[in-house]
Design a binder for this molecule. Sequence first.
Ligand code: GDP
Ligand code: MG
Length: 488
Amino acid sequence: MVVVYELSELHSNDGAGRFNLLQSIIFVSLRFFHRKFWEIKKVFDILTDSFKSAINKVRFSDDEKALKNALETLKKSLLKADVYHKVVKELLISVETDTKRVGIGQRQFLKAIKDNLTKILTANGNQGFVFASKPPTIALMMGLQGSGKTTTTVKLALYLKLRKKRVLVAACDLQRLAAIEQLKQLCSQNEVDLYWNESEKNPVKIAKEALKKAKEELYDVLIVDTAGRLAIDKELMDELLQIKDVLNPHEQFYVVDSMSGQDGLRSAAGFHEKIGISGVILSKYDGDGKGGIALGVASQVGVPLRFIGIGEKAHDLESFIPERVVSRLMGEGDLATLAEKTTAIIDEKEAKQITKKIQKGEFNFNDFLAQMESIKKFGNMKSLLGMIPGLSSMAGQLKDIDLDNSVEMRGIKAMISSMTPKERLSPSILNNARKRRIAQGAGLSQIEVNRFLKQFENASKLAKKFSGKGGMANLHSMLQGQKQRFPR
Ligand SMILES: Nc1nc2c(ncn2[C@@H]2O[C@H](COP(=O)(O)OP(=O)(O)O)[C@@H](O)[C@H]2O)c(=O)[nH]1
Ligand SMILES: [Mg+2]
């Protein structure tokens, strides 16, 4: 039986407005893009499916044979998902022991999996981003060339900026000319402050200067991007040790490309031994079809996995908190992370205003664009839905959509930008002559414009219907009813 929570019920005192709006944002975007959503794409879900199918093999009360069978299934699928064999072995032995100790049954089996999985994902050290008692908190980013350090640096800066922190990024990769340019672009796109010095050739000096600036200008966090190499070599180690010496960082993050698999984790362990790291960040998790590598980080490297990168965009970063990840892996959703993200992204007062408009049927094109912008900040739709109990099981069937570059989104944006300010505020005044003019201005056919306007009308009706209480349950039953019943 799937339980669908009403997001607003969970946050009835502070932030109900936010959650109401989040609900309607989800509806509006699903309304527009659901056809693409249904294309199958599996990422984290392979693991979730592995656990689910094993759990379903054990009945309420069952015998040893059933347990063995379930464990065997789990073993096969975890190995297939690239979970390290020793980690699988360790997990299964403890799950078996724990289940048998309390009596074989589905509930006990599930609990044993959750407990032991949490244990395996946990290592001594911080969780999420932890601030130093005295600012600035200094984070040193390390990793091999192309692992995703620079991208992750900016993602992390944006993550902290959304949580109202003042962040300075320092460009200490002087190996490639293009490196500073890349960082400049990424930082300016995301309005993140950057310290660089093109006339200085020594990254250690730049680190020192950046630290001085961060202290003088009272930044909360300094994140230092460094150069990578193709492999761990002495020169790189020396440079990093010197940078580490001048910075005395609170956090030493090692960025690993998920697709490098076990090799990546071995190099992390090597780095940990030589330089010391306080956390691993897995980048390109969206590209690793199997997802098993995340389960091994804590036990294989000996430090916690702190964040995962789930896309190329700056918003595509998620914290990795073992308890929360475990409930996601069990298909139970992760409301804690969703609540935290929502609070960081959606302003409560603004949310209430927009919801009021939606409920009065006054939702307009400006509101629509604003909502699409907010959705982007959640990373992607797939992971957003994955956090909601009851919808998380569906997230696996959804394909990510690119809210910047999809054909639909570009068309919609072109159309809205061809409207006059008055038209954007009052969709109802759009008569045929206006539609013709808009189509021409946007380089769309009139049929396309009509189709979009119709979708918009339906979307705002749906948003109105579902923005309040009962919304999540409605969405759930609608999606359960499959795509045919999704009104188009
Ligand atoms: N799909 C995806 N691509 C990523 C992710 N993180 C980084 N990349 C891409 O990986 C490439 C290398 O990243 P970069 O940050 O320049 O690596 P660096 O050499 O370690 O600084 C770039 O093309 C990034 O866009 C991620 O989480 N998902
Ligand atoms: Mg780089």
